[in-house]
Each structure stands twice: as C-alpha cells, then as structure tokens.
Design a protein around this ligand. Sequence first.
Ligand code: SAM
Length: 318
Amino acid sequence: MAVPDRDEKKRKQFGNRFLTDTARLFQHNAWDNVEWSEEQEAAAQAKVREQSMQLVPQDQQDSEDLERLDTERNSNSNITYQLQSEDEMTSQKLGEGKVIKDGDFPGSSATYRILEVGCGAGNTVFPILQTNNDPGLFVYCCDFSTTAVDLVQAHPEYDASRCFAFVHDLTKTQTPFPMPDESLDVVVLIFVLSSLLPEKMQCVINRLSQLLRPGGIILLRDYGRFDLAQLRFKKGQCLADNFYVRGDGTRVYFFTQDELDLLFSTAGLEKIQNIVDRRLQVNRGKQITMYRVWIQCKYRKPQGDDESVAGRISSIIN
Ligand SMILES: C[S@@+](CC[C@H](N)C(=O)[O-])C[C@H]1O[C@@H](n2cnc3c(N)ncnc32)[C@H](O)[C@@H]1O
C-alpha cells in the first residue's frame, strides 16, 4: 500500500512514517507518502467528474458577486497599515503608487525578511519567531481579514520590533505593500493561493515575486488534486473544474504540481522543489481513514552571483 520514499531527505519535509504493514493502520494518527491504488485514483476522478456535472449556476458564481462577498466579510480590509514604533503607534493610509523608500518601512534595518501572506491567526508566524532568535530576522504577515490581523497583533508573542502584521488583499495587486520591491528573502503561502479566484492567481504570484530579492524564495503548501477536502464536496458546490465554494462562501482550488509549476515559472521563478505528499490520516477512535493530498513548493528568484542568500534562507527555514 505504501513504500518508503527513495529520497529520504526530501520526505523529511513531510514526515517519514511509512505504512508497510496494513495491520498496523490504526496504530498511528498519520502515515506518509501513501501510494494510491488505480481503483482509488479512478474513483476520485469519477467523483470529481460527477461534482462538475452540476456547477453553481452562472448567475450565482459571477466573480464580482464572489468578490463582493469577500468584501462584505472583510469590510475593513482596506489599505490601513498599523505602523508601530517603540513609543507610538501611528495609523497611516498608503495611497496607490506610494513609493516606499529604503529606510522608512517597518523592518528596514533587518538583514533578512520573511512575509507570510494569508497568515490567518499566525500559526506559522509565531513558530518562526519562536524558533529563530537571530536579531536580523523580521517577519511580516498579512491577511485580508481584519479579524485575523487583530488576532495576530493581540497575540502575547507579537513583538513590533520583530514582526509587522497588516491587512492586505492579495488580489488588489495595485495596493502597495509596506516594504519595497526586492526586499524580501522569503514569501510564505500556506493554504492561501487555493482560496483565490484562479484567474487572479498569476497576478498575485507575479506581484509577490517582485517583492523578493534576487535569490529569495517563495514557499508554498496547498491543496493537491483529489485531496479529501475536494472529494467531500457535494454536487452544486463546484464553481469550475477543481474549484469549489464552501458553505461559508469561501472558495478552494485543488492544484496539480504542473499548474503550480506554471504559475511560478511564468513569474520568472526557478524550481527548487515541487513535491506532492499523499498522507493517510487516521481517526483511531472512529476507525476512519482520510486521504490527504498536499503539494509543497519552493521556487527561487534568479540571482546574480550572490549564492550566500540561498544559504542564509535555508538556515532560517530549516
Ligand atoms: C485556509 S486559511 C490559512 C491560514 C494560514 N495560512 C494557516 O495555514 O493557518 C486561508 C487564509 O487566507 C486568507 N485569504 C484568503 N483570501 C485572501 C486574500 N485575497 N488576501 C489575503 N488573504 C486572503 C484568509 O483570510 C485565511 O486567513
């Protein structure tokens, strides 16, 4: 059912517990790199075909309607950034086209900078801050939900000298970021690209790539095709091929590795890693199995001859 990975180093990214004896299935909560049988793959394809036979009616799935929904849900998610200094917190509205000069942005004195987009409540940001005590590190994070950003800012470990959380809608690509282009070492997207309209994804990745310095990298983890979350959708929730709307109005797309490769390479980035993890999660109490499919990517902005940046980044993220 599952085989150990050939590339042990690569698999460590996802975990390395392999199910070699199906009798042990319910002995652990999760198994890594589970291979799917042909029947299982065919059943998933059939399920997805069935879902796409009944799309959300066109008059209810207009992009603008969906955008309006987002706007209503995030009514304050505009372009007000909270700029904090040691003794004051100022709110400054940044108009379109404002040029941020070196030295006048949060984190300008840092030696390496990470931005997490679609940060939610900060499940990635705080572990990064906890595990990296390098005084040169500065972490930005944004979300279009003011509630999410408020949660991050209210977190006991939110430290304005090391971190800057701000409201930002990624799809508004003209809205300025609070840092200049080519200033970031790492951009992180965890289960966020999938929530955007597919036609907006390329512009978003292009914009994020502009923020990367040469040699900087984008890290992504997101839903892969036939993940349990996709197969669970009922008829009438499908907006387009592999793109669905949940009961709460949020959307989700399920990627292939090739689709992600195209998005990043079109933005001018070079592949370091693009892997799929087929993980089997187990509910031991209920004796239920759940097949997850997640894709993990690392893409780098081409650089001149400064190889040291890549080395520095891997020491931050490992
Ligand atoms: C599935 S959650 C993931 C949150 C977080 N990355 C994590 O893994 O815990 C997706 C997040 O993306 C945010 N999001 C969705 N569309 C966005 C957009 N257009 N701009 C910025 N954030 C967005 C949502 O508000 C939500 O917090």
